[in-house]
Design a protein around this ligand. Sequence first.
Ligand code: ARG
Length: 458
Amino acid sequence: MTKKLWGGRFQKGTDTLTDDFNSSISFDARLYKQDIQGSIAHAKMLGRQNIITENESKTIVKTLQEILKDIENNQIHFSIDMEDIHMNIESILTERIGDTGKKLHTGRSRNDQVATDMRLYVKDICSEMIDLIKLFGNTLLDIADKNTTTIMPGYTHLQRAQPITFAHHLLAYVEMVKRDMIRFKQTSDMADSLPLGAGALATTTYPLDRYFVAQELGFKGVCLNSIDAVSDRDFCLDFLESVSILMMHLSRLAEEVVLWCSAEFHFVTLDDAFSTGSSIMPQKKNPDIAELVRGKTGRTYGDLISLLTTMKGIPLAYNKDMQEDKEPIFDAFDTAKICIKTITKMMASMHINQNEMHEAAKGGFSNATDAADWLVKHGLPFRDAHGIVGQLVYYCIENHKTLDSLSLEEYQAIDPIFDRTIYEAIDLKTCVNQRNIVGGPAKTIVKRAIAINRNFLK
Ligand code: ARG
């Protein structure tokens, strides 16, 4: 049991179980960079404001920079006795420069310190997530670009509905991840105010220059209320929500890939490098990567719910419960990062079975709407047209035919209005390329959408 930095009013050391239970160093060590950044800015400001001397300020800054290097070179051992990253670094500083090191914490509390560290950290990981999303989105655009004429069935209720192209289908996911990007940007904005200066909860009597510190650390502004500054973890929740929604999107894609690579669909073939085998069934090639992305989505929801629940009952201002913000954030970030990186490579290496997609689009009467639209263009009200094509479909099912393979006589037996141009109208290519209003699957429209998205994801 070592003497704690806060040990003055205590007659006795802490129990080892207390140390184990209370300490966060085993996980918050990853905040070392942000913690040192924050301390450097604080020390510079203390010097400028003559709260400590210019020399003391310089010594602290220089030593903190050395400590940062030493941590990065694995030369520092953090101690559980020092509880968390903040006190570990402060005590190393004091070991190295004695009493001067003890002055760093002037006008500061761990409460505004940890809030600052977390905001810096969340801003950093938001920008990392945005870069990963861009990479993923561009990978989808690359695949889309090669598949603007790859016809496949579009589904509703997982029943073949209308023909689309694989490019158009992928662009739906691009829209989702564009929103994800915006969400991470908004999360970063939510984290973009400086808590330092709030102290434990009620600021401080020292003439701190909070705007200087904010500028040094790249914050857009300063937190306006000291109580909120140390109590707010909304930005953490925003991050967890952004991760959860991103993961939900990846999970839907993963689910589709699982379906597509089944023998029943056979729309895609996964590269061997992104598939796994079975320990008993020699023939198996399983989409474990996609399944794990789908599976890991659940734990990120858990991270979000965990912190929401932690936060819901704690009175203002800081409470130790809030130390529980870190592991969900770290876990959600690690999970989302590995998932999006892996699914990006899995998608990039996946083979698209264009013929199978096309064959599937031919079945299931996916061009029935177009037959009805042909009738409408020849003067029938849509409801009547719907009824007539319904009869045609029923006739086809009974006689094991498709709309394309019916003879003109068979068409005319159901309604004499039909003529030869019906065949052109229900050709899958026509079905896709006639849907050429903005948002549609026609090749020209999809090409334009790809270009717009390329620009967005630059
Ligand atoms: N390790 C703590 C946390 O993560 C730092 C803040 C501790 N503040 C306190 N008053 N005990 O929340």
